[in-house]
Design a protein around this ligand. Sequence first.
Ligand code: CP
Ligand code: NVA
Length: 331
Amino acid sequence: MQVDLKGRSFLTLKDFTPEEIEYLIQLSADVKDKKKKGIPVNNYQGKNVALIFEKTSTRTRCSFEVAAHDMGMGVTYLDPQGSQIGKKESIADTARVLGRMYDGIEYRGFEQSIVEELAKYAGIPVWNGLTNEYHPTQMLADMLTIREHLGHLKGVKLTYMGDARYNMGNSLMIVCTKLGMHFTACTSKEYFPAPELVELCNKYAEESGGSVTLTEDVLSGTKDADVVYTDVWVSMGEPEEVWEERIKMLKPYQVNKAAMANAKPDALFMHCLPAFHDLKTKIGRQVYEKFGLSELEVTDEVFESEQSVVFDEAENRMHTIKAVMMATLGL
Ligand code: CP
Ligand code: NVA
């Protein structure tokens, strides 16, 4: 069956079938290939997109902007302070205003309910550029990256270490179980994903041949993993006070040489970025001064190793976001 995503919003991968997700990954690979060969995909002149960022960003913002420019579209960036959204104007009213001017809206911010409400009222495609609960555009980039390195997705064992209750853990569990992969959350049980989402993903896994494993045991969790994935221990919007607890609970789940050595010999190390792997960041230094740790969720050794594909993931954000905009605006 021909996949047609024209007019659809892209809010969470729960809304997409495995075929639709695979289609978007393949379209991303195609547009990446075209970009490398200098073949333009710029037949979107006259279209405009609005980018709402209530949280900061490097990759997601730049990906949307570069992709839109490549496609020939106009872009408006609204920074965390730069619009009336939420403060003087409701989400529904903002959606109806932007829906009259633009062809698509990206939203990065807090609760998933906000991006859902934008999509309900905008009348144009809305793309989730990260909420507390989900980060779906990151998933396409990560799946494209795994496919490029391992040649396939089905059957791949991906172990996520860290806070698995938040946007990255949730989204990885969804995409893995939709695509027939084996997802393991290897973390302290307080940081396991919510039981309702685990139940839903178990259903996806039954259909796809994938699986979900939750374990506190680092040895069995990382054993024979094809991919070891982590993310920051404290996410954007969370209070500084949670650092102490996170360090205490998640330090055993730091991705270090021992964890990678227990995975497959050619396992990939992945991270959505930004990462705290040295003291070259302001927050990294502050955490070091307070808690004495110079590397957090991943050691510098693993981050800089041959197995690390983090910058491929970062590049693939742009190609995959381009594919999402193309598919939903109409090819
Ligand atoms: N991975 C990711 O979303 O990065 P940014 O926060 O820089 O957009
Ligand atoms: N969990 C992180 C992901 C950043 C891309 C955050 O929400 O800050």
